[in-house]
Design a protein around this ligand. Structure first.
Ligand SMILES: Cc1ncc(COP(=O)(O)O)c(C=O)c1O
Length: 445
């Protein structure tokens, strides 16, 4: 199959791009293609409008192709395309770091730039190990993650992640990690609105692992405060507080992976603010610059930063880590413009204001065909479908395809439909997404 690239006028083949997290053979036989975006919408190459129910991939929080961001990138590209970040600096990276630090939980102003959520997870893990070594406790090396957690696809994130399919091919990497159970509990929590009432005791799992491994061997716990990629799992009331208390008690660093919850998704700058829990290390990416140029960041507490930096000899590089593109000028210009836009338009407040309508609209799908649970928090939604006997995941994919054909982008993770629209979504657009899902579910077996 061939496709026209209107920007270059070239007819391109679909063969050569080995696509990520995609069933390449099936997809290329019947591709779903996007060619243009603006505001709440994508357009397919043949001009069909698609309402974006997923903010791309949890990342375009201000809506697509926002002019101030586009112009900032263009201006930066014309001024200085690239600058090396090792032992050299440039103004826009410092300005971007300050813009992010100004939103960070108190005492977490140290911003380390990376290029993605995956790199942020691996950087956070390395930072945790470097911290304990600097503090004279190098035996603290075990990283604890959570079943169904997702921390990207690099080595640290793959190890700490808890999605079986993402791990099974690389068993040799799995030393030095352990996992607490996921909080998914349909029997007690199905159709909870907001945070489920049951399940704080899932946090007791951490006590069990602490006793098992001994605190002197554990470096950090890494969790998504609100888990998205493995199917939108909302933390039960009281659960995160318990995890945080156990970490504090035993000197275990708490890493919040806020790659999807950062920058207003829950109506606050970070989920840390929403849950009123300050971690030691926080990772973010995606909406940091409205996903206009790849960028992620790791925010470190004063204690973590100071321990690592102050333990190195004067004049030495303190943290031997970094990427060619850490603090890339184009990505940082997009951060500065995005954060200005969020502040001017009060984007995070808007998410908070529209969240009750979102909740009520999503839960109107209770009773729709195949639906066995609906979960929501902030502008996040998860609709769990009953798996078709013998072919888990098929019904979810079919629902995703039907919605796309009907003009709405809805993500599927196995049989869970995941929703995370741009935070600028209007009530009528919420209704359209919900109606499209209802129709799609009606039309599939
Ligand atoms: C919680 C979380 N962490 C890490 C990542 C990985 O980010 P990236 O795909 O930018 O590497 C994701 C991606 O969705 C994510 O949801």
């Amino acid at each position: 199959m061939k496709l026209d690239n209107p920007l270059t006028g070239t007819m391109v083949s679909l063969d050569d791009w080995w696509m990520p997290f995609t069933a390449n053979r099936q997809f290329k036989a019947a591709p779903r293609l996007l060619a243009k975006a603006e505001g709440m919408y994508y357009w397919t190459p043949d001009g069909r409008q698609i309402l974006d129910g997923t903010a791309g991939l949890w990342c375009v929080n201000a809506g697509h192709n926002r002019k101030p961001i586009v112009e900032a990138i263009q201006k930066q590209a014309a001024t200085m395309d690239y600058a090396p970040p090792f032992q050299l600096g440039h103004p826009v990276a410092y300005e971007a770091a300050t813009a992010v630090a100004n939103l960070a939980p108190a005492g977490m102003r140290h911003v380390f730039f990376v290029n993605s959520g995956s790199e942020a997870a691996d950087t956070a893990i390395k930072m945790a190990l470097a911290y304990h070594r600097a503090k004279g406790e190098p035996s603290r090396r075990i990283i604890i993650g959570r079943e169904r957690g997702y921390h990207g696809v690099n080595i640290g994130g793959t190890m700490a992640g808890g999605i079986p399919g993402n791990r099974k091919v690389w068993p040799a990497m799995m030393a030095g990690v352990d996992h607490i159970r996921s909080t998914h509990d349909l029997a007690r929590n199905a159709f909870s609105q907001g945070m489920p009432a049951h399940g704080a005791e899932f946090a007791d799992e951490l006590d069990r692992l602490v006793a098992f491994h001994d605190p002197s061997n554990i470096a950090a716990l890494i969790v998504e405060p609100m888990a998205g990629s493995a199917g939108v799992l909302i933390p039960p009331q009281g659960y995160l507080e318990k995890l945080a208390a156990t970490c504090r008690k035993h000197g275990i660093l708490l890493i919040f992976d806020e790659v999807i919850s950062g920058f207003g998704r829950l109506g606050t700058p970070f989920a840390a603010h929403y849950f009123n829990i300050t971690p030691d290390i926080l990772t973010c990416a995606k909406a940091i610059n409205n996903a206009a140029v790849p960028l992620g960041a790791v925010l470190a507490s004063d204690a973590v930063h100071d321990a690592i930096v102050n333990s190195a000899p004067e004049g030495a590089i303190e943290f031997l880590h970094g990427y060619t593109y850490s603090g890339h000028p184009l990505a940082c210009a997009a951060v500065v413009a995005t954060q200005k836009l969020y502040a001017e338009e009060k984007t995070f407040d808007r998410a908070r204001e529209v969240a009750p309508y979102w909740q009520q609209a999503l839960h109107s799908l209770k009773g729709a065909r195949h639906v066995i649970d609906i979960r929501n928090l902030g502008l996040v939604g998860g609709i769990e479908l009953e798996a078709r006997a013998g072919s888990p995941g098929k019904r979810g994919l079919e629902a995703h395809i039907k919605c796309f054909e009907a003009g709405a982008l809805v993500r599927c993770t196995a049989d869970i439909l995941a929703l995370s629209p741009p935070l600028v979504i209007e009530h009528a657009q919420i209704d359209r997404i919900v109606d499209t899902i209802r129709g799609a579910l009606q039309s599939i077996d």
